[in-house]
Design a protein around this ligand. Structure first.
Ligand SMILES: [Zn+2]
Length: 68
């Protein structure tokens, strides 16, 4: 029958991060990789309430990268 396959797309991190100051929900602001390590992705969240920013660092896996 109809089986659903759940695919988790990793486009944008849909994490809901509480603000460390006012505990409000933070919203996604930007994401960029660091120059030193292209596999590290810095995702910046900003609080709409107090303007606090939180940077979440995540590791990007390149599965089928250039096989030397
Ligand atoms: Zn806040």
């Amino acid at each position: 029958m109809g089986r659903r396959s759940i695919t988790t797309e990793s486009a944008l991190p849909s994490l809901i991060i509480p603000c460390p100051r006012c505990a409000k929900r933070m919203s996604f602001r930007s994401a960029r990789t660091t120059k030193a390590e292209p596999r590290i992705l810095d995702t910046t969240y900003a609080c709409d309430q107090c303007g606090a920013e939180v940077i979440c660092t995540s590791f990007c896996r390149h599965d089928a990268a250039q096989a030397a």
